[in-house]
Design a protein around this ligand. Structure first.
Ligand code: HEM
Ligand code: NAG
Ligand code: NAG
Length: 340
């Protein structure tokens, strides 16, 4: 017995050392972590939060775009701020059709400017998007969570990739599950992240087919899965000849981040087919059912779950370590590629 002991402890020791080495090799340098800028730019998170709060105090309707920007960034090429890049030839992600309705680019410029003045060249635009999304949710009465940082910015942005990777509002549950799975997200993440539609607005153009052209034959057909009373109301707001109008995503509380989204979905009043589709899978439906008309406890649980799924989304395809760059201006790569 006694002679075995040193061997065991030696093994244990080398195991610990090995773990430490492995951890350092891809831990601090190459992984996301909470508080990545603690030493290099301790003010980064507070600067972001203050500007988001300032902007939303004046224009709360920008909270939706701030949250949505994170989704559009992460689903196309990973969370690398490629969504913010300008293209001289107008074929960047922001030029693709789903973007039409993205707003708030100037807020990122404002935050980036302020941070660059304090710690130049340190904080990535990709991290600013992740932080601003968290702060926007918190500012609307939603949860807050610890945001992992350490992302670097990408240098490529194409409209085609945005089209190929952003889910259209007409997807069914299987297509939705597949696209989330391809991003490394779970069915649970799907039902949680969809609840982002508790804030913000939609343009009528995003639901026109659901109201007037459901079969695709221009025959005035509407989606039977949408509550008929609600359908009538939407048709009043979204008349065929005026698809630039907007509707609230969660009528009455579109500026409050709450659990009410699940009430709507359960009542067949989710705005998009993708919202309605959450009733078509046992796991997503179960989450909707336990969180509709929820009490305090259920709301607390949803708030925690939502933060977890936002962290998961924030890990999609990230560039860390020496990959990518830290952009000086969020809409431009630091140096143009050396191609003719
Ligand atoms: C599940 C697939 C999803 C689809 C098909 C989808 C689709 C859409 C569409 C069509 C709009 C309306 C755009 C407009 O017409 O103005 C919208 C708005 C919005 N989406 Fe999603 N979305 C999805 C997931 C998400 C996720 C994961 C988030 C964030 C975590 C998100 C956040 C938002 C927000 C906050 C708005 C309101 C934007 C505003 O107020 O301007 N969405 N979404
Ligand atoms: C109706 O739907 C079909 C199929 O999606 C589409 O090709 C057509 O352009 C739509 N019509 C209108 C008026 O949007
Ligand atoms: C804000 C923004 O860049 N919107 C662009 C979205 O895409 C269309 C083309 O599909 C452009 O015309 C918009 O300028």
């Amino acid at each position: 017995m006694a002679s075995l002991k040193p061997v065991t402890s030696l093994l244990l020791q080398s195991f610990l050392i090995l773990t430490l080495i492995l951890h350092n090799a891809n831990g601090d340098q190459n992984c996301l972590k909470v508080g990545f800028y603690e030493e290099s730019c301790p003010q980064a998170e507070a600067i972001t939060r203050n500007i988001v709060n300032e902007v939303l105090a004046i224009a709360p309707s920008l909270s939706g775009p701030l949250l949505r920007m994170f989704f559009h960034d992460c689903f196309v090429r990973g969370c690398d701020a490629s969504v913010l890049l300008d293209s001289p030839t107008k074929d960047a992600e922001k030029d693709a059709l789903p973007n039409l309705t993205l707003r708030g680019y100037q807020i990122f410029d404002k935050i980036k400017n302020a941070i660059e003045q304090t710690c130049p060249g340190v904080v990535s635009c990709a991290d600013i998007i992740a932080l601003a999304a968290r702060d926007a949710v918190a500012a609307m009465g939603g949860p807050s969570w610890e945001v992992e940082t350490g992302r670097r910015d990408g240098i490529i942005s194409t409209a085609n990739e945005a089209l190929a990777n952003l889910p259209p509002a007409s997807l069914n549950i299987n297509q939705l599950k597949l696209i989330f799975q391809q991003k490394g997200l779970t069915v649970r993440d799907l039902v949680l992240l969809s609840a982002a539609h508790t804030i913000g607005i939609s343009h009528c153009s995003s639901i026109t087919n659901r109201l007037y052209n459901f079969t695709g034959n221009n025959d005035d057909s509407s989606d039977p899965s949408l509550d008929s009373e609600y359908m009538a109301r939407l048709k009043m707001k979204c008349q065929k000849d005026n698809m630039n109008m907007i509707v609230e995503m969660d009528p009455g509380s579109f500026r409050t981040f709450d659990e009410h989204y699940y009430d709507l979905v359960a009542k067949r009043r989710g705005l998009f087919q993708t919202d309605a589709a959450l009733l078509d899978d046992p796991e997503t439906k179960a989450y909707v059912d336990t969180h509709r008309g929820g009490d305090d406890l259920s709301r607390q649980e949803f708030f925690i779950d939502f933060g977890v799924s936002m962290v998961n989304m924030g890990r999609i395809g990230v560039l860390t370590g020496n990959l990518g760059e830290v952009r000086k201006i969020c809409s431009k790569v630091n140096s143009l590629p050396l191609t003719p």
